[in-house]
Design a protein around this ligand. Structure first.
Ligand SMILES: Nc1ncnc2c1ncn2[C@@H]1O[C@H](COP(=O)(O)OP(=O)(O)O)[C@@H](O)[C@H]1O
Ligand SMILES: [Mg+2]
Length: 231
């Protein structure tokens, strides 16, 4: 269980997260919604140890993740698929995947067959350079690279952004499969409303760096969420 309480974050003098409180349970998809600039990416960066937070707490299974860097956060079980994918362009698909080994014990330095089962195109492309893949293939690689670390928490930042519809469907099916496995908390930041609404078990709507609405899927409507986002 990932629990975030009262999180604040600043870039220089400007405070971007203003006391963000949310939680994400294993076996569930937690959607974080909100218009551009409300702080969704900043939230994920704080959880993933990519940017220091100013105050509040982040706990994983009750244990505080106190200002860990990216490497320590990954070791603690947090995997981050950044907005814009951040594939290593000059490394092959296999090498991109192997980058995830850094935070695993040596005995786990192998690519599980399940990765290619989820994303078959990566097996076909395994010797290609990351930079030569299409946008949709890079997104699959970014998710696969995150899964290599066998995370407890998977953070996905706009995984459908700029991706063609058939790959969006594949990514959606794979998120459902990962949810069904039951042991991973999936945090999905999305501006593609239909995609998020179709997948999520609970929603947090963010405005100006704080949660403005929080609801389980079965106690809300798409209209209610859309109006909370637009407020
Ligand atoms: N590195 C940075 N330095 C200064 N301001 C930033 C930086 N990154 C993001 N911001 C600002 O913080 C706010 C939240 O950004 P972000 O977390 O990327 O929002 P979202 O992902 O919801 O679109 C925006 O106003 C953005 O301009
Ligand atoms: Mg963003």
């Amino acid at each position: 269980m990932l629990e975030i309480e009262n999180l604040t974050l600043k870039y220089g003098q400007s405070q971007i997260l203003n006391g963000m409180t949310l939680s994400a349970a294993p076996g569930k998809v937690t959607a974080v919604m909100g218009t551009n600039g409300v702080g969704k990416t900043s939230l994920l960066k704080a959880i993933a140890g990519r940017h220091p937070y100013a105050g509040g707490t982040i706990r994983l299974d009750g244990k505080p993740l106190a200002h860990l860097g990216a490497f320590q956060a990954a070791r603690a079980g947090i995997a981050y698929v950044p907005q814009g994918r951040e594939i290593f362009p000059l490394m092959t698909v296999t090498e991109n995947l192997e980058a995830g080994f850094a935070c695993l014990p040596r005995a786990d330095h192998r690519i599980p067959a399940e990765i290619f089962d989820l994303f078959p195109v990566l097996a076909e492309m395994k010797d290609r350079r990351g930079g030569d893949l299409s946008g949709g293939q890079q997104q699959q690689l970014a998710i696969a690279r995150a899964l290599i670390t066998r995370p407890r928490v998977l953070l996905l930042d706009e995984p459908t952004e700029g991706i063609q519809p058939n790959i969006i469907q594949l990514i959606g099916r794979n998120i459902s499969r990962l949810r069904e496995a039951g042991d991973m908390a999936i945090v999905l930041v999305e501006q593609n409303f239909d995609f998020a609404f179709g997948l999520a078990d609970q929603f947090f709507v963010v405005q100006r760096g704080a949660v403005k609405m929080q609801t389980p899927r079965d106690q809300t409507t798409s209209e209610a969420i859309l109006s909370a986002i637009a407020l």
